[in-house]
Every structure is written in structure tokens, then in C-alpha cells.
Design a protein around this ligand. Structure first.
Ligand code: PMP
Length: 356
């Protein structure tokens, strides 16, 4: 008998690489190419470091209150965590305990199956249709919970609120989590449905639209009862999940709505322009409403393009997985970054004879 027989075995999620090369173009982890709101920098510069001596507020009250005010909900309906990954993992642990399989799409955020395995939750994937849309009828079978991103990742496709509500109506006896990591770039949030469905949990993040991936701030909004259960598990796990700077700077970011709207609109405008240019180069993609495109080329394999781009210090994401191995997920950067990407692709496609 070896101690290794008692080890919990896990196959970890593989995050996009975080290279740090001068002049590189990093379009592989859906970060925001613009800085956080100006108030965040001002507040960071004034921060009283002697406060680091103390434990942070375990309830993250400043941040919870700022989010509650912004989204017009009661603070008891808001829960914050160390990135939405932390919130999601905690939600899996709290809500998916029935022994019945939870349901999520076959092509989706590849952390869901990792958490299900880690927490011993059975799961079943439901194939997206050939246009990459969720088929709501797949979610009408007995289950232990439902989770999907909207817009979905890595496709970027948005489902209508009617589809979200159809899934909710069919699942009154299980928790339904809508992962809205990318909703701020043109999606429609299911937040108004929280009033109507006490089993709905909306999860969002500061990592993309609020340009604060490095501070690790995620949150969710739901009925008070759901949030109460989530807090019970969190406080049985680690009271002080969120550090003080993240609480203070996160609250500051929420207060600058004008900057938030301008930044997300700028990224959406760049996305729409890039769609047109990629189409001209022979790429096709689902009509993304997120801050990335999921593109395939008519003649050049995605893996080849991924490696050629990487060689040129342009980082995008590629997965060797069923259904998606011929796609690249390209984060929307600044206009200048996208122009460099497009310039490279124009040359490459031209030389490969892949021009349409
Ligand atoms: N959900 C989805 C769909 C994502 O793509 C990501 C980013 N990897 C996350 C959640 C987690 O982001 P974060 O932990 O930075 O909030």
C-alpha cells in the first residue's frame, strides 16, 4: 500500500499560455486590451498598505454593495469570489449534489467537466446543433442541474432570453447556472429572470469587460436563498477568499459606468470590423457577440495557422478536441493589434494559395 493510493487524482484544466515577450500580440485568453477604469489606477496609487496587516472583510461588503447598487438588486442576492472560476467551482459544490447527471453543451467552457470530475458530480453533455446553437429540448430530461455560458465559449454565440427561459421553465427542480462571462460585449443578460426563477444563478466576471483579470474578481447574482447556501459552503471552505485590494478596486471599477460602456462598445466595434476582414480572407465563424471570434479557414488547417501565428509572436487559442480542432479562438484586441494579425493572415493566406 502506497500513500499514492489515497491521493485525489485530477486532470487539471489547461489555461491559455501566459507568455511575456516584448512586442507580442496576446489574443489567447480573452483579456481586455484596454486598462481598467481610470479611478482604479488612482485608487491603487492611494492605497493604504498598512491595512494589509489585517484580514480583509470576509463578506467583501464594499464590492457586494457596489454590485448590488449597479444591478439594482439586494446585497443579499450577490456573492463574490476570486474570479468567476472560484464562484463557479463553489456553485458546483453547493448546488450539484443530487447524484443525477448535470447537463451542459458538448462544446463549451472546458472547465465544467474538470469541476464535475473534481467534485464527483456525474455529467452528461448535450450536443450543440450544426449551427452551434443549444437545443433547449435536450435540457428537458431528468438532471441534477444545468450550466451553460451565454454567449457560449468558445463559439461566441448568444442564445435568446426566450431560449434561456425555455430551459428554466423545464428545470424548476434543479439549479440552472448561466455563465455570463462575455455578456457585456453585446449579449442580453438573464438577470431580469432572477425575480421569476429562484433556481437561477447568473455568474459574471471582471476579467474581460472590466479589464481586471489580474485582480481575480468574479460574482454571481441570484435569489437570496441560493446566495445563502453558497455563502454557507464558502464559509466552510475559506472565509477570506477575496483580498483587500480586489475588493476596493473592484468597487471602484463598478462606479465608472461611462468608461465600462465606452470600452465594451469599442471592443464590439473592432469585432464587427474584423469579422468583415476575416471573411474576405476565407474564414467563417459563428456570429460572435463576445470579445473573441471562433474562426475556421476554408483551406488552411487551424493547427498550422496557430503554429505560424505563434512563431510570429501572435498568440491565439487552439484545441485538439472533437468538433473544434479546425477552429482558432481569437480574442479581440485593439484595432492596431487586430491590424497586425490581419496583415499576417493576409500574407500567409496569399502564400498558401488559400485566397478565396
Ligand atoms: N466562464 C467562461 C465561459 C470563461 O471563458 C472564463 C475565462 N476563462 C471564465 C468563466 C473564468 O474567468 P475568470 O475566472 O477570470 O472570472
Amino acid at each position: 500500500m502506497s500513500w499514492e493510493e489515497n491521493v485525489r487524482r485530477a486532470v487539471p484544466y489547461v489555461a491559455g499560455e501566459q507568455p511575456n515577450k516584448p512586442g507580442m500580440i496576446k489574443l489567447n485568453t480573452n483579456e481586455c486590451p484596454y486598462p481598467p477604469a481610470p479611478g482604479v489606477e488612482r485608487m491603487a496609487a492611494q492605497m493604504d498598505c498598512s491595512a494589509f496587516r489585517l484580514y480583509p472583510d470576509p463578506d467583501s461588503t464594499v464590492l457586494v454593495d457596489a454590485l448590488a447598487a449597479y444591478y439594482h438588486v439586494n446585497p443579499r442576492q450577490v456573492f463574490v469570489g476570486v474570479g468567476s472560476d472560484d464562484v463557479l467551482s463553489m456553485a458546483f459544490m453547493t448546488f450539484f449534489n443530487s447524484g443525477r447527471p448535470i447537463l451542459f453543451p458538448d462544446v463549451t467552457y472546458s472547465f465544467y467537466d474538470v469541476w464535475a470530475e473534481l467534485h464527483g458530480i456525474p455529467y452528461q453533455t448535450c450536443p450543440l446543433d450544426q449551427d452551434w446553437h443549444i437545443r433547449p429540448e435536450d435540457y428537458r430530461q431528468p438532471n441534477g442541474g444545468v450550466i451553460f455560458p451565454n454567449p457560449n465559449a468558445p463559439t461566441g454565440l448568444l442564445e435568446s432570453l426566450e431560449t434561456v427561459e425555455e430551459i428554466l421553465r423545464a428545470n424548476r427542480d434543479a439549479v440552472v447556472i448561466v455563465d455570463e462571462a462575455y455578456v457585456d460585449f453585446g449579449g442580453e443578460s438573464a438577470l431580469p429572470l432572477v425575480e421569476k426563477y429562484d433556481n437561477l444563478l447568473i455568474v459574471q466576471t471582471f476579467s474581460k469587460s472590466r479589464a481586471m483579470a489580474g485582480l481575480r474578481i468574479g460574482f454571481c447574482i441570484g435569489g437570496e436563498k441560493l446566495i445563502g447556501y453558497l455563502n454557507d459552503v464558502k464559509f466552510s471552505f475559506n472565509s477570506y477568499t477575496m483580498n483587500l485590494p480586489s475588493q476596493i478596486l473592484g468597487a471602484e471599477a463598478v462606479r465608472d459606468d461611462a468608461y465600462f460602456r465606452a470600452t465594451t462598445a469599442k471592443i464590439a466595434a473592432t469585432r464587427e470590423r474584423v469579422k468583415g476582414e476575416l471573411r474576405e480572407l476565407g474564414f467563417t465563424f459563428p456570429d460572435s457577440k463576445a470579445n473573441f471570434l471562433f474562426a475556421t479557414h476554408q483551406s488552411i488547417p487551424a493547427r498550422e495557422l496557430f503554429l505560424a501565428l505563434r512563431e510570429a509572436d501572435i498568440y491565439v487559442r487552439h484545441w485538439n478536441r472533437p468538433r473544434i480542432s479546425d477552429f482558432l479562438r481569437i480574442t479581440i484586441g485593439t484595432d492596431e493589434q487586430m491590424d497586425r494579425l490581419l496583415g499576417f493572415l493576409r500574407d500567409y493566406v496569399g502564400h498558401s494559395g488559400g485566397r478565396p
